[in-house]
Design a protein around this ligand. Structure first.
Ligand code: SAH
Length: 373
């Protein structure tokens, strides 16, 4: 054993080592999927990772304004859809349920929309499902939970996915002299998890690139996008995706592991750290258009929230705070600035918003351009 680099032997690492010993290396895609979703040891299956005491924080946990504005976005979208008497309000990966709670409260401003909503939560984690149920206990709605999007009953739908796609695994390939070799996770001489490459190149990948370049192929993202789009085109509605990622497809490894608000080595503690990738919005947009939907945006999260009126919403909350407790006006300001921060590393810039909608819908709120299928 190599004692210089001690590895955390998590239960999931042990299980992976046994599988690799028996069957050979696993793909990076499977590694990521197991890290997050292994039924017993997966990161999301065993804990609530959100918030200050957790490993990372998300927009709806920063401020109620985020979920409220998305609730108003959904109300507007519903009007553009022709105000169907029933609409599925679907959230993919709802975390603690905070976004949905805030969205449903804001949706009361349009009583006909509020009355038309049927809440559906697509969530794989039993721990987070329980939290979501608690959060929504007083919402006046009885949500239905599903393991997968395909289980959401038919009908017009408005779907929201905040920091969901970044949890879907990607395949990775490295360019060698004779082609693209899939990146795998195997065992080193000491029996520890290590990255390696497939023995033979992938025959379907032929794109020229300099040797050593890494390419991510988001197969599960594209499958999910096609499935959602086909439904929206057939039954009506729109999907809103918010996530960190890039507007054009490029090369490079974007996979990262996060624990306790900081980065950690990818292979060090499988099941104990969040593993995510940057979302390739260009690839998602192309998949949606090929399946017959219009694409709205993408815009940066900062632009999107400003167009939805986050400044005005913040001013209202501040006036209210000043009138009642007087204490939280500065807090609202901090949250606003964090959500729309347009610095290169700021949330308002790093995160993008994009909608995918039935082609008959006009330009949806928050966006400045729409691309037909
Ligand atoms: N949207 C929330 C939580 C983001 S964390 C927020 O913004 O705060 C990612 C969420 O997606 C968690 O709820 C996680 O359990 C869920 N998730 C990740 N992969 C999933 C999958 N394949 N199927 C269903 N839910 C998934």
């Amino acid at each position: 054993m190599n004692n210089d680099t001690p590895k955390t032997d998590t239960p999931l690492a042990q299980e992976m080592k046994a599988v690799i010993t028996a069957n050979g290396p696993i793909s990076v895609e499977l590694y990521m999927a197991l890290c997050l979703g292994h039924p017993r040891h997966g990161y999301y299956m065993t804990r609530d990772p959100l918030g200050l005491a957790g490993d990372f924080i998300t927009a709806p946990e920063i401020s109620q304004m985020f979920g409220e504005l998305l609730g108003l976005w959904a109300a507007d979208t519903w009007r553009h859809m022709g105000e169907p008497a029933r609409v599925r309000l679907v959230e993919l990966g709802p975390g603690r349920g905070t976004l949905m709670k805030d969205a449903l409260r804001a949706a009361r401003v349009l009583p006909a929309f509020h009355a038309a909503i049927d809440v559906h939560m697509v969530e794989m984690s039993p721990v987070l499902r329980r939290l979501q149920a608690e959060t929504l206990a007083d919402s006046g709605f009885s949500p239905a939970w599903h393991d997968a999007f395909a289980q959401v009953p038919a009908g017009p739908a408005i779907i929201i996915a905040n920091e969901f796609f970044d949890c879907l695994p990607v395949r990775q390939y490295v360019r060698g002299r004779e082609g693209w070799f899939e990146r795998l996770v195997g065992l080193d001489a000491a029996g520890e998890l290590t990255f390696g490459l497939a023995n033979a190149p992938e025959p379907a990948l032929t794109r020229a690139a300099p040797e050593g370049v890494l390419m991510e192929f988001p197969a599960s993202h594209l499958i999910a996008m096609r499935q959602i789009t086909e439904r929206l085109v057939a039954q009506g509605g729109a999907l809103l995706v918010l996530d960190y990622g890039h507007l054009s497809t490029g090369y490079g490894d974007t996979m990262q592991a996060v624990r306790d608000h900081g980065y950690t080595a990818l292979l060090a503690e499988p099941g104990e750290a969040d593993v995510t990738v940057h979302v390739d919005f260009a690839a998602l947009a192309q998949a949606a258009r090929m399946a017959g939907a219009a694409v709205h945006g993408p815009a940066t999260q900062g632009e999107f929230l400003l167009r939805l009126g986050i400044r005005e919403r913040a001013a209202m909350l501040q006036a209210h705070a000043a009138a009642s407790t007087g204490g939280s006006a500065a807090h609202i300001d901090t949250a606003l600035n964090r959500l729309i921060d347009m610095d290169t590393r700021g949330m308002g810039q790093l995160f993008k918003a994009m909608a995918v909608a039935h082609p008959a819908l006009p330009l949806l709120p928050g966006f400045d351009r729409r691309h037909d299928p």
